[in-house]
Design a protein around this ligand. Structure first.
Ligand code: SF4
Length: 620
């Protein structure tokens, strides 16, 4: 840094409803970036203190509530402090009658309590934060905002601006991507700067301009503090992730060390967030039709295997945690021959999480497990090939089942959901899934099922060829944000009309089947295994209360195993069996496969077969 420049004192703030069990990677990374430019930067975690105020269980329920995206309860609770009365509370409760039941289940209290929290508890909490931290010591304050953090971040910003009118307030994060950021900057008086898009280059450029007291004119940075309007909606994306420093999480871990961390986390372990890649290599080629992730930064970029390993080594060495969550949208496949193989050799007792594509082979899942990956989110979304094609997922029913099968074998927890409501789907697509689910009870059930949301930036939102019409901001926005703002510009979730969607009855039937599957996993998970011996296998079926077993010998055992690792056609299995005197004819083989289908120890799709039983012997 030029020594003539001022060194700035910068605060970064992580508001509710950010997760409690991890520090903010956005703040941690920007802190390191600012520090590399010579500035002093501190991260504040009001989210942790708010959780202690309302109770971590209530906090987690509100922040994790999937339907929260529909009623924005977490945002609504802070909108009064941010904007005053936007709509009357009874109107919100009338639009979202489920809120009363949700709050009663969470707290045992009525909506009066919710209103008191909104009108008194939250403003008091914000006043305390505004008064007890010496904000006058800072030259700028930055808020990171993703998911439900927006109204809370705006609310604290309002309090800070009232007390410190000259303190520059900077907003960024996914909630400020694209036109959303411009609209917030236009209508919210206390916002000085919005960084719309990736902040790795724009944030230090902004700090540099503030340090030099120069006029601010940075592409993708908007707001009343700018000397000139940026013509670029978003900041340019960072091409080389290897240039990024390792995030700094010290404030989060010191806060955890001050307290009995179980008061905040219960039994949950702390997760260290890492970011090894941005964008999506699949979405670059075939953007999944429902996906609004990555906004304008779909181009895939990743750190080198060595760079990713260096981050891991530093963070795991520095902080007392063994769980690491990659925030990447999709695992870089080149890590199988670099990062993963390197980790496998180190034998660290770590517990890694990655989002992946679902078409991972048995060998790749084994490699992940050896590398310490205990949890994955593979974007399964459906068990219907037709629906998966409609969503351009690049997978099919058997690829998804193969993933679940070998993940169970290697002890990898799979986080996945069933999605419904794709234009072009039919009731038959759901009937097919209902028929197959009982055969999959020994595999990990989805966390739930539900209709897709229409998300800004998704092909369903941007591409008129899907014939999605009457797109309008979800009703919740009108209860959270003032009418003077254009809600079509700030909303991320939209209501819509779509043609050709399967019936509500079909969707409900899937919901019930998923619930039954989840229930089957409440005790010891159901099992379907085989024991191998020379010339035979014994299939032991303990998926239901009526255990069964079958012994397959000779070519039948070989045929069953031949379609175990990956889906195979009958012809391919036949070829693999060879042409010895014991080998069956193709018709005889097909008849055997049909028998296995009937017994639900095999699944079929478009002429390919996959056996379902897992080897009893362990995966190591
Ligand atoms: S849903 Fe996942 S795989 Fe598909 S485009 Fe989005 S991030 Fe990529």
């Amino acid at each position: 840094m030029n020594t003539a420049e001022r060194t700035l004192n910068v605060a970064l703030v992580n508001m509710p409803w950010s997760r409690l069990d991890a520090p903010s990677i956005q703040c941690g990374l920007l802190k390191s970036i600012a520090a590399a430019d010579g500035h002093c930067c501190e991260v504040h975690y009001p989210n942790l203190e708010f959780a202690l105020l309302i109770g971590p269980e209530v906090y987690n329920s509100v922040s994790e509530m999937h339907a929260g995206r529909l009623h924005l309860l977490g945002e609504w609770l802070f909108s009064y402090a941010a904007f005053g009365e936007v709509t009357a509370e009874h109107e919100y409760f009338a639009d979202f009658p489920e809120i009363a039941g949700i709050w009663r289940d969470l707290t045992g209290k009525g909506t009066d309590d919710l209103v008191t929290l909104r009108r008194e508890g939250v403003p008091r909490f914000l006043r305390e934060w505004a008064d007890t931290v010496d904000w006058s010591a800072y030259d700028a304050v930055g808020f990171t905002s993703t998911f439900l953090q927006n109204a809370p971040s705006l609310a604290l910003g309002r309090h800070l601006k009232e007390r410190h009118p000259d303190l520059p307030l900077i907003y960024g994060g996914a909630n400020f991507d694209g036109h959303m950021g411009i609209e917030y900057a236009r209508h919210i008086d206390w916002i000085d700067y919005v960084v719309s898009g990736e902040a790795d280059l724009a944030f230090p450029a902004l700090l540099r301009a503030l340090a030099r007291r120069e006029p601010v004119g940075i592409p993708g940075v908007h707001g009343r503090g700018c000397a000139q309007e940026s013509t670029a909606i978003s900041t340019p994306i960072l091409r080389n992730l290897n240039t990024l420093p390792t995030p700094d999480y010290r404030e989060y871990f010191s806060r955890m060390a001050q307290d009995d961390r179980s008061r905040i986390l219960g039994g949950e372990p702390v997760k260290i967030p890492v970011e090894f890649s941005r964008g999506c290599w699949w979405g670059e080629k075939h953007h999944c039709t429902f996906c609004g992730l990555n906004a304008l930064g779909m181009a895939y970029r990743s750190k080198s295997g060595d760079g990713a390993m260096a981050d891991l080594e530093l963070l795991l060495g520095q902080y007392p945690a063994l769980h690491v969550d990659a925030v990447d949208n999709i695992l870089d496949m080149k890590y199988f021959s670099s990062l993963c193989s390197d980790l496998a050799e180190r034998h660290w007792d770590i517990n890694l999480f990655f989002e992946t594509k679902s078409n991972l082979s048995r060998a790749q899942l084994a490699m992940l497990r050896q590398a310490g990956v205990h949890r994955i989110q593979p974007g399964i979304e459906s068990l219907s090939t037709n629906i998966l094609e409609l969503m351009r997922k690049g997978s099919n029913k058997l690829i998804n089942i193969r993933l679940l099968k070998w993940a169970r074998y290697y002890g990898i927890t799979v986080f996945w959901n069933m999605l419904t409501g794709f234009p072009g789907e039919t009731d038959a697509d759901y009937k097919e899934q209902l028929d197959i689910i009982p055969a999959l009870w020994h595999l990990q059930p989805p966390s739930g099922s539900g209709q897709i949301w229409l998300e800004r930036f998704s092909p369903y939102y941007t591409d008129p060829s899907f014939h999605i019409s009457n797109i309008r901001p979800r009703a919740c926005y009108r209860h959270v944000y003032p009418q003077r703002m254009d809600h079509t510009e700030i909303a991320y979730f939209f209501d819509y009309d779509a043609p050709d969607i399967a019936s509500g009855t079909a969707h409900s039937a899937l919901d019930s089947a998923v619930e039954a599957w989840q229930k089957a996993w409440e005790g010891p998970p159901p099992r379907l295994i085989y024991q191998a011996a020379p010339g035979r296998i014994t299939v032991i079926d303990q998926r239901t209360g009526t255990p069964r077993r079958a012994v397959l010998t000779g070519w039948r055992a070989a045929a069953y195993l031949a379609c175990g690792e990956a889906p195979r056609t009958a012809e391919r299995i036949h070829d693999e069996l060879g042409h010895g005197c014991d080998s069956p004819g193709l018709h005889e083989l097909e008849s055997f496969l049909r028998g296995c289908l009937k017994a639900q120890i095999l699944v079929e799709d478009r002429g390919k077969y996959l056996s379902l039983a897992l080897p009893e012997n362990p995966g190591w």
